[in-house]
Design a protein around this ligand. Sequence first.
Ligand SMILES: NC(=O)c1ccc[n+]([C@@H]2O[C@H](COP(=O)([O-])OP(=O)(O)OC[C@H]3O[C@@H](n4cnc5c(N)ncnc54)[C@H](OP(=O)(O)O)[C@@H]3O)[C@@H](O)[C@H]2O)c1
Length: 340
Amino acid sequence: MAAREIQTFVLAERPTGNVEVGKTFKMEKGPAPTADQLKDGEILVEALYALLRSPVAIGEKMRGASVAKVLASKNANVKEGSLVTGFTGWTEVAILGDKQFEVVELPEGAEVTDALGVLGMTGLTAYFGLLRIGKPQKGDTVVVSGAAGATGSVVAQIAKLKGCRVVGIAGTDDKCAWLKSDLGLDEALNYKSPTFKADFAKATPDYINVYYDNVGGEILDLALARAAFRARFVMCGSISGYNNPNKEASAGIKNLFNVTAQRIHMEGFIVFDFLADYAEGRRELSQWLADGSLKRKATIVKGGLQQAEQAFSHLFEGKNTGKLLVEVKPYEANVGGSRL
Ligand SMILES: NC(=O)c1ccc[n+]([C@@H]2O[C@H](COP(=O)([O-])OP(=O)(O)OC[C@H]3O[C@@H](n4cnc5c(N)ncnc54)[C@H](OP(=O)(O)O)[C@@H]3O)[C@@H](O)[C@H]2O)c1
């Protein structure tokens, strides 16, 4: 039988601005890895839904995680047909070593894509970044940038659950309306509005106790200028500077001295720093999801892995609300809709 041919995306050239479809990435076709190549502890998986991450070296497979179905297993802890999450990269079929995946156990009411979203790395990033670094107190003013995105929308909701006054920042009026009407934020500001600076000051009359930063750049600078005494700045990401060497995330930062003047605690983190506590985070996130106090939205780009490069550019153009995922292969069609 002829080997199955699969698609994989590699980095063709490093973008100097936004990613360019058909230029930044190159799709390579080749034979899929097979079960007879598995070594002890490894599993062979087929990606169902993928989230997309960069950066990598030129010619290397693009990074990303997916929720995937196990096609074959040489790992005693995983059976064929199970669902796992793992770092497959932008490809359709991959072999994962025993430390490269987690078995998916979805609580009642959860959807398969939640394994990458609210119950996966996204939710955990929001949970630990806000609660362990931001340490929000009841009545605090919490400002979240990238608030309508995957991480930001979870952060904003947890801050509301903790009794804070929450101001979200996003790039369209529709996203701002969603943040206020569906997620219950106190204020939502469009950073592309010509009145944004004034709106920001008006929305933070008591200044900012916790700023959760997903974007960096000028929005971070405005937040520094509005920081309250002993504010906590959670440095989660700087998407405004990721692809553009001439417009780094630090560009436009003029208010750094406020870190000293206001005794700001500014701390960066990577979600893996909290690996030992993932179970605790997932338990609480699952509970909030089950009782309806945590809502999620996913923007799912359908049409297979070939949509990955277009989808990736959506992240920088703000076309997603909530988690952006590529449907490599629909879940229902794959596993007959069976639950775990
Ligand atoms: N520290 C960690 O462990 C960790 C883990 C995961 C993710 N992250 C970081 O968390 C951040 C959010 O990631 P995510 O996966 O949840 O993505 P996301 O927020 O779902 O999507 C990115 C959003 O960023 C906004 N954006 C894009 N360019 C922007 C710009 N120049 N200025 C302001 N906003 C811009 C867009 O929304 P608008 O329409 O609002 O512009 C876009 O929808 C990223 O910086 C990511 O690197 C960190």
